[in-house]
Design a protein around this ligand. Structure first.
Ligand SMILES: [Zn+2]
Length: 1048
């Protein structure tokens, strides 16, 4: 892809009648927080509106006739196709609050909205700072009705549960005010601040365990600066600097503290007690206690769901489950981004959509609606699909679209009388009228070339060069496939999978295999012309595994033998993808390639790569090039793959630099998954790899997918982040999308939003099912709108905010210096919090750090993002690892980013063996560890078992079946299966953590005071990183200082 992102790509027609192709593409727009740094944010161009039809042209809406006569009819799902409904839809019981009830829509008469380009909300840091105009706002400029003067952070309005948490204030300085009455974070529990103990005056936590501070052979770490200094030159126009550096030195910190200037020359620097600052664990546990194990019904517009870390049962009653959609805030500001309120708040308006998310067995799977040849019912103007946001009028003969207000006729077969409330009599019998999420069977109009799709195919493409043969990898893969192919995904009602399979091996040339069921032996065809790859056979290449089982098994037995004596160490790569795509194209089906590859493709062929890794680029403006692909080959290939529904899954087994930025590009843009096993060793890594492979092959997947996000008037989707491709500004294309992939969508105002109608979002994914049926999966969610800033803050979700910030920043590093990206993140965090303090908190607390209840852990998460190895390069981290992590995060949903940036740390020595529950986590800081303890740490990619030096021999015996600490083999990557309750319980916990994550985490055993502890300690994210990232406490000081500067 070009550095500019996904816009303005050459036309690449993949016309999807019915889902795309309306609305003029505005291909030159730059959106997002990291748009072209040389220009201010481009507001919507004149004429770029969701609809070309002027508003207000429709017939007026009359009040629904009361007491209309009706006859109860039995539910039938469409004309002539009653038998095609796989689920019998009972419909949810009418909720006590009967969902969103919208007053009649007023016809807005603004066909186009003014161009409001000059007031940036997203551009350069300097713009942000200058446009704040903080000094112009007096107290009470934007009063909040919900704020009581005595409780600055008490913003619980009438629609929310009673406050469980109160003011979070960081009173930096030598004295703390009296603790707030209902503080749950232990704030003020230890009111005296211990003196700072670090040399050099860097504020930070002091380890209570001297042993951990002086590990043998452990250098302080390059990048650790003993003096507080800016890391890199200060940015022009910016007073922000990350990490952990205070421009004026620590002596100035107290200047901003309670007591004001009088304390400037006061007592020496004090260290904050870590227990007095907001704890992510406390927030997670509070939510679990308040909402865990309960039923969460989605019957109210704008309600904030339980945290992503809280287990509950979700019941769809009109809005999409938070498993499918989570938002950064559930109340959008009414005013457009150019107005005062929104410009100050700087809270990104975004939704994280995971359209194929797995739902647990105790929740209802999606209903499938089939209207037969008629197809889905859609608004004539904006093409939104029938959903609970449509309002039926005129006795049920017409309906008004909730998105564009257009009045549509109700198709005759769909007619139903209304009750005295104006609701259809069959509302709760039809998924499309009462549920937030459901599926439609699509008609031929939604298919390529108006032909029903063929079932998808999986092609396994194995690198059989010298190293893969020698390592035993090729044999491992072939052996596994013999049994794995029995587990290809299938529809529940079908006996076997419709997915066909094919096989290719390659090194410098390609080998295709004919495995037609009628053959006695598989046949191999070699393609040596890799510049112009063609598929040498059609018939017999893609087969039904059941039918061709003996030939395929025969082939898989033979492949390792066939190349056993190979000396070939050079490989090709782009032609492999090309070959797979051509094969799918020839078979007229979508599908997935599973490519198993281990080296930099240096053989003479398209997509040949050279080693261009260069550590000297770190910290320079050219660092971004490390994240960009070499040449244009892979980008063009990705476009071809998406256009042909070819998803590329890549399993990499490198033992040196392989240029993941180039090799992984096609995987990224086709919705595939990248797996990477550094220095693959058969014994140590086979279980991790095989588990990944099995999970991926068995995964529920939608193929040849296009996603479209529609919104009600006043705002629209402007930017998209994920493993996907975009040819225009509206259609998100994915060769495939699986249950783990999430697309994050950013919204911007077009106009003022209406508090009564709210902000409605419909996300529709057109795709081909695993059985080859064309379907539309629809998720609807309604958010509130408010002109009160406090309402927006009160309904924020920090986990979704971090998902958005991570993806937008990780996209931005392709085109901007990393330091600029970090500064923007820092600046935006400060602005969001400053705006809250300015407008929603009591003026009496000017010198305190005030965090909104919903954002009190935003600083700690933001710090984790800022010091992630993607944004903060250091020579120790291989470039490929940074690129790999970047790519994974771009596709993550909210639960995955939460765990990735703030790992789970569990104490194991105190397991309650009687209970099945996972123990409560502890904060990721070294001082939370104990020498006598054992701890498990997991972040979705890595898993560590940390053992303290004086952990009890009983525990060691129970876990490892060895007598003492010294006997533990740290090289082990799994725990032995032992017949004792402790070992069994721990295994269950490991399995539970693992089962929810897309990538298999290899277990690493870390013994206190041994060398691998360095790696482990990087994941103690509240501490100062040995490589230069700020500690949580330092970061809070830094943010506090920025906020104070903004407000002074
Ligand atoms: Zn419409």
């Amino acid at each position: 892809m070009s550095q500019q992102g996904y816009v303005a790509a050459p036309p690449y027609s993949q016309s999807q009648p019915g889902i795309g192709g309306f609305g003029p593409p505005s291909s030159s727009l730059h959106y997002g927080h990291y748009g072209d740094p040389n220009s201010s944010y481009s507001a919507p161009q004149p004429g770029v509106s969701k609809s070309t039809v002027p508003f207000g042209s429709s017939a007026p809406v009359g009040p629904p006739p009361a007491g209309t006569q009706f006859s109860q009819t039995s539910f039938q799902n469409g004309p002539g196709a009653p038998g095609q409904q796989p689920h019998r839809f009972q419909g949810p019981p009418p909720p006590s609050n009967t969902g969103p009830s919208y007053p009649p829509y007023s016809h807005q008469s603004q066909p186009a909205f003014p161009n409001t380009a000059s007031t940036s909300s997203t551009a350069q840091l300097a713009d942000q700072l200058s446009s704040m105009q903080i000094n112009n706002y007096g107290p009470g400029t934007i009063p909040s009705p919900h704020v009581s003067p005595g409780h600055p952070a008490s913003l619980q309005g009438p629609r929310l549960p009673p406050p469980t948490q109160q003011q979070i204030s960081l009173p930096p300085g030598s004295q703390l005010p009296p603790p707030p009455a209902s503080n749950v974070n232990g704030l003020g529990a230890q009111p005296s601040l211990p003196p700072m103990a670090r040399p050099g005056g860097i504020p930070g936590p002091v380890s209570p365990n001297p042993n951990l501070q002086q590990l043998p052979g452990q250098p302080p770490g390059p990048g650790y600066h003993p003096q507080q200094a800016n890391y890199g030159p200060p940015m022009a126009g910016s007073q922000l600097s990350y990490p952990g550096a205070f421009p004026g030195g620590p002596a100035q910190l107290s200047g901003a503290f309670p007591g004001g200037p009088a304390q400037l020359s006061g007592p020496p620097q004090k260290k904050l007690d870590p227990d007095s600052i907001p704890s992510p664990i406390q927030v997670i546990e509070n939510d679990k206690a308040a909402r865990g194990g309960q039923i969460y019904a989605t019957n109210t517009r704008g309600q904030v769901p339980p945290l992503v870390t809280t287990d509950c049962v979700i019941q769809d009653q009109g809005h999409a489950s938070p498993r499918y959609i989570r938002c950064t805030t559930y109340c959008f500001p009414c005013s457009p981004a150019t107005s005062d309120m929104a410009r100050q708040a700087r809270i990104p308006l975004a939704a994280v959509v995971q359209p194929f998310a797995t739902v647990p067995p105790n929740e209802t799977p999606l209903y499938l609606v089939n209207h037969g040849e008629t197809g889905p019912i859609r608004c004539n103007r904006c093409k939104a699909y029938m959903c609970p946001f449509m309002q039926f009028i005129e006795g049920g003969r017409r309906y008004q679209c909730g998105f564009c207000s257009c009045i549509n006729d109700v198709p005759q077969f769909f007619f139903q009388h209304l009750d005295h409330m104006g609701r259809r009599m069959d509302q709760y019998e039809r998924p499309e009228l009462s549920l937030g999420s459901y599926e439609y069977v699509a008609t031929l109009d939604y298919c390529r070339n108006k032909k029903p799709p063929n079932p998808p195919a999986y092609i396994f493409m194995i690198d059989v060069s010298y190293r893969n043969i020698k390592s035993g990898l090729v044999k491992l893969i072939c052996d596994e496939l013999k049994t794995l192919l029995d587990k290809l995904p299938r529809e529940e009602q079908e006996e076997s999978s419709a997915i066909r399979v094919g096989f290719v091996t390659y090194n410098k040339v390609l080998h295709f295999f004919n495995v037609k069921s009628s053959l006695a032996q598989p046949q191999m065809m070699v393609v040596t012309d890799v510049a112009e790859v063609f598929v040498p056979l059609l018939d017999g290449f893609l087969v039904d595994f059941e039918e061709s089982r003996s030939v395929v098994t025969n082939l898989l037995d033979q492949i390792p033998e066939l190349f056993a004596d190979t000396n070939e160490s050079e490989t090709i790569f782009a032609p492999v993808i090309q070959a797979g795509m051509e094969a799918l194209k020839a078979a007229e089906c979508a599908g997935k390639l599973f490519i198993f590859h281990s080296s930099l493709p240096t053989a003479e062929a398209p997509g040949k790569l050279r080693n261009r890794d260069d550590k000297k680029l770190l910290g320079t403006d050219k660092e971004k090039t490390l994240f960009q692909p070499q040449g244009n080959c892979y980008e063009a290939l990705a476009r071809d793959c998406v256009a042909n529904g070819c998803c590329v899954n890549l399993f990499l087994f490198p033992n040196q630099y392989v240029d993941v930025a180039s090799m992984g590009l096609v995987t990224m843009y086709t919705g595939g998954t990248l797996y990477k096993y550094n220095n693959f060793q058969l014994d140590a890594d086979r279980s991790q790899f095989l588990r990944d492979l099995r999970k991926d092959v068995e995964k529920r997947t939608g193929f040849d997918a296009t996603m479209r996000v529609r919104t009600s008037t006043g705002f629209r989707a402007t930017d998209f982040f994920g493993a996907m491709y975009m040819n225009n500004t509206t259609d998100v294309e994915m060769a495939a999308i699986d249950c783990d992939k999430a697309v994050t969508v950013e919204f911007k105002h077009d106009d003022k939003l209406n508090e009564d109608t709210g902000a409605l979002i419909q996300c529709a994914v057109l795709y081909t099912s695993i059985s080859g049926q064309r379907r539309v999966r629809i998720h609807n969610i309604g958010l509130n709108c408010s002109s009160q800033l406090a309402d927006v803050y009160r309904t924020c979700e920090t986990d979704a905010l971090i998902n958005f910030f991570a993806k937008s920043a990780f996209k931005a590093i392709l085109s901007q210096p990393l330091k600029a990206v970090r500064d923007i993140l820092m600046s935006q965090t400060a602005h969001m919090l400053a705006c809250y303090k300015k407008n929603c908190a009591s003026p009496a607390t000017v010198s305190q750090l005030i965090l909104p209840d919903t954002m009190k852990v935003l600083p700690v998460y933001m710090n984790c993002l800022l010091k992630s190895c993607v944004l903060l390069g250091r020579p120790e981290t291989p470039t490929d690892d940074r690129v790999y992590q970047r790519q994974l995060v771009m596709a993550m949903g909210v639960a995955d980013t939460q765990l990735f940036f703030y790992p789970l740390l569990l104490p194991l020595h105190s397991l309650d063996l009687k209970s099945d529950a996972v123990p409560a986590a502890i904060r990721c800081a070294e001082e939370r560890l104990s020498e006598a303890g054992a701890f498990l740490l997991a972040n979705g990619l890595h898993m560590f078992l940390w053992l303290g030096a004086s952990v009890s021999p009983e525990l060691i015996q129970g876990l490892f079946n060895v007598p003492s600490f010294a006997h533990i083999r740290a090289e082990a990557t799994s725990l032995p299966d032992l017949d004792n309750p402790f070992s069994k319980k721990l295994k269950r916990i490991l399995e539970q953590i693992q089962s929810q994550k897309p990538h298999t985490m290899k277990l690493m055993i870390v013994k206190q005071q041994e060398q691998p502890e360095m790696i482990f300690r990087q994941f103690l994210v509240e501490d100062k990183s040995v490589y230069g990232g700020a500690s949580y406490v330092d970061f809070l000081f830094c943010i506090h200082k920025e906020i104070s500067q903004l407000l002074s």
